[in-house]
Design a protein around this ligand. Structure first.
Ligand SMILES: [Zn+2]
Length: 252
């Protein structure tokens, strides 16, 4: 009779005991009871197990999330500092060479571009590929504009070709860059084949760029040699990466 009553009391107190919210005296008597009573002990084990399952993972997750957040924060602060140092060094070099603020502007904007890209990559969760593509497109166009305007206005050299040719060339090279990425993600090509495809597209890209800007003079031997030399390097690369791709496939 006494034991039955004690069981009832222990069962009522177990939730508090698991949460460590009972007095030391109660704690001791509950522990004493659990040692002898199989039934209550089973209930206690069950409760403790569920509590562990419920609380520990979220706690660990919280800690992990916090660490990830701080890591990300330090990365961004570090990038900001590095960019600032790069801009400062370029400004000092510019001033020392009496050139005014030229390369510091270019370096500054390219650093800003890189920082934004990494920030976007580290913070966005959905549509990473599309957002990255957008940042690269807009960033590259602004970067090219800054370089062009700086050269034209401050250094008195170059033309404003960015406004005439910049956009088609940018789209062309984005295609060269993203086609291999898309074949990898959608068609599941192996990485070596994708690099080979990229190099093939670089040849096409080089040729098309010259066509867009119209500065390809096929009669000019130097131009011809330059294009052929570039293309030869790419062709060797295509063969090399193609072979590596075949070997990797064959090994599998
Ligand atoms: Zn009991």
């Amino acid at each position: 009779m006494e034991r039955e009553l004690a069981c009832e009391i222990v069962k009522d107190l177990l939730p508090l005991y698991v949460d460590e919210m009972v007095s030391d005296v109660s704690k001791k008597s509950i522990e004493n009871h659990l040692e002898h009573c199989v039934e209550c002990n089973e209930i206690y084990q069950n409760m403790a197990f569920h509590l562990e399952m419920e609380t520990q993972p979220t706690e660990v997750q919280d800690v992990k999330r916090f660490l990830k957040k701080t890591k990300k924060m330090y990365l961004l602060y570090g990038l900001g500092c590095l960019s600032f140092i790069a801009i400062l060094v370029c400004m000092i070099v510019d001033l020392a060479m009496n050139k005014g603020v030229t390369w510091s502007l270019i370096t500054g904007s390219s650093c800003l571009f890189a920082d934004i890209l990494i920030y976007v990559l580290s913070t966005c969760k959905k549509n990473k590929g599309c957002i990255t593509m957008a940042v690269i497109s807009i960033g590259t166009l602004s970067l090219l504009s800054v370089i062009q305007i700086t050269r034209y206005c401050l250094m008195g050299s170059g033309t404003v070709w960015i406004f005439r040719y910049g956009l088609p060339i940018l789209l062309l090279w984005l295609l060269v860059l993203w086609l291999p990425v898309l074949t990898r993600t959608i068609l599941k090509w192996n990485i070596w084949d994708c690099i080979a495809l990229f190099m093939l597209l670089v040849i096409v890209g080089n040729y098309a760029t010259k066509l867009i800007t119209g500065d390809y003079v096929w009669n000019d031997v130097l131009h011809m040699q330059g294009f052929a030399g570039n293309a030869l390097g790419e062709v060797i690369g295509i063969i090399l990466f193609g072979i590596i791709g075949r070997i990797k496939k064959w090994k599998k």
